[in-house]
Design a protein around this ligand. Structure first.
Ligand code: SF4
Ligand code: SF4
Length: 344
């Protein structure tokens, strides 16, 4: 473990912004909320944030991206993969865990070069959570801290940041800070340990059981129509809970022709299983027409389907869905605990 003075860290970030070929992005204040955005100055970087509106997945899977450009007259198709190499500053552990889950999805069966190339060309700088949002329950999902997924990880220990290096990308980045990076002291190692041990006390919400009980709980609740109908009653089918979720990756692909109908592009855009049109198929059929069926699917996908395929519980407890849901019915903790109470 290493350490760096906070002033030196700011100079290091400013130097990266000024001189590194890669885009440097980090968490900043945007209209009284926090968001990942390109950094103009280290002064704007907020490593003390609680949660960002969107997770950093937008850098690997943009809301809208061109996959292919085509010209029917010329009979040409040109693959497009707009990769911007980036250094992403200030990712919380639960988002790092979510990125590791997304990596498995996009590497599975058919490797997705659009996602994977962006991942390969990104350096992830994590930060342990100095503040916790009221809706987060990451500690009970086991994602409040992580030993993997980052290239470097920072912990605020007062005048300095402790630095854990997770990869060669991380050590290469750190080399650019030169002499400013110092060996950590025994007392500072104790502070990092204490920081992580005391973190669970900062959370206001928790599940009342081990999250790895979720797959069997959800299996038992699958046919409990009354439960899903009651919980989904006020759902607006807006899809916000999907869009803000760090582990949701569904997308739609459409060909968009220009007015001549001879040229166009194939676009990939975010999609979400809570949207009414998501499960529409040819013949005007919709195999999840009822909002209760869509609501149930989202929970099944978080706590059961991804576990069955990859061994992961695909809710990392960030709390974004419940924070952004207008009728406030998207909080996984409430639903998970209701299920547990109903079976105990
Ligand atoms: S649960 Fe909330 S955020 Fe999700 S689709 Fe329904 S209203 Fe929108
Ligand atoms: S389901 Fe909600 S709390 Fe869980 S990871 Fe997604 S946005 Fe975060």
């Amino acid at each position: 473990m290493k350490a760096i003075n906070k002033n030196d860290f700011s100079e290091f970030v400013d130097d990266l912004i000024e001189n590194d070929d890669r885009e440097v992005v980090g968490v900043q204040t945007k209209s009284n909320e926090f968001a990942f955005d390109p950094l103009k100055s280290a002064e704007d970087l907020r490593l003390d944030y609680d949660v960002t509106i969107l997770p950093p997945k937008k850098y690997f899977m943009p809301q809208r991206e061109t996959l292919v450009e085509y010209n029917l007259n010329e009979g040409e198709t040109t693959p497009v993969n707009q990769v911007v190499p980036r250094i992403i500053m200030g990712i919380h552990p639960y988002d790092l865990v979510a990125i590791e889950q997304m990596d498995k999805v996009f590497e599975d069966t058919h490797e997705d070069p659009y996602y994977l190339e962006k991942r390969r060309q990104s350096v992830l700088v994590g930060v342990n959570m100095a503040n916790v949002s009221d809706r987060s329950f990451a500690h009970t999902m086991g994602t409040a801290t992580t030993d993997t997924g980052y290239d470097i990880m920072l912990t605020d220990i007062g005048d300095r940041y402790a630095i854990e290096v997770g990869s060669s990308k991380g050590s290469n980045l750190l080399e650019k800070a030169g002499q400013a990076v110092d060996d950590i002291t025994t007392d500072e190692i104790r502070k990092v340990k204490q920081f992580k041990e005391e973190l669970p006390k900062k959370f206001k919400k928790d599940t009342k059981f081990d999250p790895f009980e979720l797959p069997s709980l959800l299996k038992n609740y699958y046919e409990n129509d009354e439960f899903w109908e009651e919980n989904a009653e006020d759902c607006l089918s807006c899809g916000t809970c999907n869009l803000v979720c760090p582990t949701c990756y569904c997308f739609d692909v459409q060909d968009v022709n220009d007015i001549s109908l001879s040229e166009g592009e194939r676009l990939r855009t975010w999609d979400g299983c809570m949207l009414e049109a998501f499960a529409e198929v040819a013949g005007d059929e919709n195999f999840r027409e009822e909002k209760a069926a869509r609501y149930r699917h989202r929970y099944m996908r978080k706590g059961r389907y991804m576990y069955n395929r990859f061994g992961d519980i695909a809710c990392v407890g960030c709390g974004r869905c419940s924070e952004q849901c207008l009728p406030d019915i998207a909080d996984p903790v409430e639903v998970f605990n209701q299920m547990k109470e109903g079976t105990s």
